[in-house]
Design a protein around this ligand. Sequence first.
Ligand SMILES: C=C1C[C@]23C[C@H]1CC[C@H]2[C@@]12CCC[C@@](C)(C(=O)O1)[C@H]2[C@@H]3C(=O)O
Ligand SMILES: O=C(O)CCC(=O)C(=O)O
Ligand SMILES: [Fe+2]
Length: 373
Amino acid sequence: MPSRVSDGFRSHPLHFNQHKHLDFNSLKELPESHAWTTSPLDHYPCTDPINTTAAAAATTTTESVPVIDLNDQNALDQVGHACRNWGVFQVSNHGIKTSLLHEVESAGKRLFSLPIQQKLRAARSPDGVSGYGVARISSFFPKHMWSEGFTIFGSPAEQARRLWPHGYSNFCEVIEEYEREMKQLAGRLMWLILGSLGIAQEDVKWDGAKGDFTGGIQLNSYPACPDPDRAMGLAAHTDSTLLTILYQNNTSGLQVLREGSGWATVQPIPGALVVNVGDLLHILSNGLYPSVLHRAVVNRTQHRLSIAYLYGPPANVPISPLPKLVGPTHPPLYRPVTWTEYLDIKAKHFNKALALVRLRGHFNKALLAGDDR
Ligand SMILES: C=C1C[C@]23C[C@H]1CC[C@H]2[C@@]12CCC[C@@](C)(C(=O)O1)[C@H]2[C@@H]3C(=O)O
Ligand SMILES: O=C(O)CCC(=O)C(=O)O
Ligand SMILES: [Fe+2]
């Protein structure tokens, strides 16, 4: 399905200083290009009426994201509670072998420890989705993030061959197994989350679905940073997915915004996975389950690696609030939008994308007028 997801980017290629790829490990000081001065949030494009006000004012909180044992008989209720109040939770007993998690982690480490020139051979093209590069959202910020990424949609073979012309098969095998396992788990989690809203599989018709649900992998690497308080690993964003499953190695860095409280650090738990609601599930749930704003901060001593599985619907299926959640007192809040179309809107308007598919026309025009890129 790579062609489908990348369709969303073709009309809005990412032209970003590729020469700004740094050899992070050789730096003893934070370059000005990567210094987010006083607070990383000063550089947040402040035009989204929903997320930004809260984010800019946010401090930190010690509250912790719910941890749910998928074998617990109350898992369904706990998932509903976590999605409504947080938009994110951690899961244990999810059925993914620890050995596979470790294999993907070491495959990621192997990739990011290659010399920069070799990684750039697999650089993501401006209008493509797969490959090595900075986070797509980088172009919305005046400063660079302290991270590198590698995105894989579909077969990893083409990119892997560029990285390791003679030894790419092990990387491909591990990634492909991870894709298969994650796709299954993501489907299970999606029905669990929808189940917590009283939605059964027969309540959902994916009109005109040609393909299958799909997912991609985003490997994120955050090298140790000489000046972590002035740097930003990955700027605050919501995911343009149905849901995202994140594996983080034993180094903390992921923070989620809890409305009314502030940034909460998601403490790594060995073997657990972080599940967050994405923008498309937010739309399906008619806004009942918020797509959580999150970011990654960096630290002085440890290299951090995270692996996100980005799960989405078949590319051509219009996603709109589920009929069962809409009624006279609950009008639909969003217009139908396909994944491809939504990725395109996100690529152009970043944090205003969700507001732009919201049903209230005049409000959207005002938002567009204040576009900040
Ligand atoms: C299917 C997706 C979801 C994308 C775009 C496309 C491929 C890469 C994903 C990410 C991964 C890193 C954070 C993010 C914000 C980014 O910059 O690239 C994500 C973005 C989104 O969730 O919007
Ligand atoms: O590295 C992390 O913890 C967050 C990664 C993330 O948000 C993403 O890949 O979308
Ligand atoms: Fe994310």
